[in-house]
Design a binder for this molecule. Sequence first.
Ligand code: ARG
Length: 496
Amino acid sequence: MRMRNDVVRRGRLSGERTGEMMHFLSSMMADRHIADADILVDIAHVVMLSKQRILSEETVRPLLSALLGLYDEGIPETAFDDLYEDVHAGIEAHLIASVGEDIGGRMHMGRSRNDEVAACLRIRLREDVLRQLSILFRLRATLLSLAEEHTGTVMPGFTHLQYAQPTTLAHHLLAYEQAFSRDCDRLSENFSRINLSPLGAAAFASTGYPVNREYTARILGFDGLLENTMDAVSSRDFALEMLASLSIMMTGVSRICEELILWSSSFAGFVSLDDAFCSTSSIMPQKKNPDTAEIMRAKSASLIGAYTAASATIKGLPMSYNRDLQELTPSLLRGVEDAKHSTSLLNDLLLTASFNRERMREEAGKSYSTATDLADMLVRNCGLPFRTCHSIVGRAVQKGILDREHLDEAAISITGSPLPSNSFRESDIRDALDVEKSIEQRKATGSPSSLSVRSALAARNMKLEDDQQRAEQRATALKEAIDALIQDARRFTLEQ
Ligand code: ARG
């Protein structure tokens, strides 16, 4: 048993807690990640109490000086002792110890750890969203520049993992860029719901002090309020939707990793991954294993796990705050961290990968991959319905030869008569089966032809630039708000 002067517990509760109990109950490990945000929340709360004349200047000045000291020099290790229930109690105890209870004991007027922790999580998470977005922007830029480089890199396209129709590596990579772009859209929307202030809600029913919720929200850079004070302390859907967005994003990461793993296998030989991202075997000296991509594929499962744990934590909770909510934070932080590293390393993995154009081209025309084009040619030249031509070509594929003779044979077996004479030449068959021609005639928006890919590249680059600008504006607004808050607090401590 260890004794401690716990400022929160000492009044109501006696009975010492064992070290095991305290460690089990404390959120300190996760709270390390929200401690910086907590100082900002403390400063903003005190500034607001002062503006509202709830606290006198004589109290506010030393309080703000002490808080600015923590902001400038960092929070001492003693405040992180997991004998405190959380970092909020740890910091308050530290303040009381350093400036005395008559000053430090007034900071917590009109608030609760319930609105405090929700605010800290939101402040931390809004930074995480912006960081994740900037990594996704880099990843998208890499995919776009690889696509530009590989506009003419012909490869087999798959459905059901069977050779289906030829495409280009550019087209394939642009598919991922588009998916990651939607992930950016989702995260950007999440930001607008994350960046709302719960402060002033106190335990859940707000307070009788004349607090100014709008003011605290504004000086902390929040875009608005979570109005209902019960909702403000008890909702964690902002965390759920972030984890949901990251889980969705990670399914994309996992899929591209799965492809890199497949493509780097000897039977494909489409890509060679940089050694730094690979490992070898402790017994088989020849092995080069794509471990980084495999770990990323698994991290996608961890994210789904984090989301599942977080949503299951919420679903049975009555209003308003329940301590269960504390258990959500580690899942959230872990999910955010795993997603960040996975996407950042995926970018590096792609940048250093070398794609084997020859091997891809070699495989592109295999397994009758242009049979659809042949059916289309018959439709155009023979005036037959597509389904009839589809059956004729299918039957010829069954026999294994795609020439006039076998197409006629197939036509007889399907329709009872050969294809109309003089409707096409052998050279029309050759052209229809030509891999490059097959790709180049696909000119509709978003298709693999070089024309379509080039216009997609232009549009995608523009969208990326727009997205980047919007995120930068948000980052600047946050930085300006926090800089102004700290400046105001400093000015206040200097005023006589
Ligand atoms: N450590 C707590 C959490 O993460 C902070 C709020 C504690 N509130 C309370 N009433 N015990 O949720």
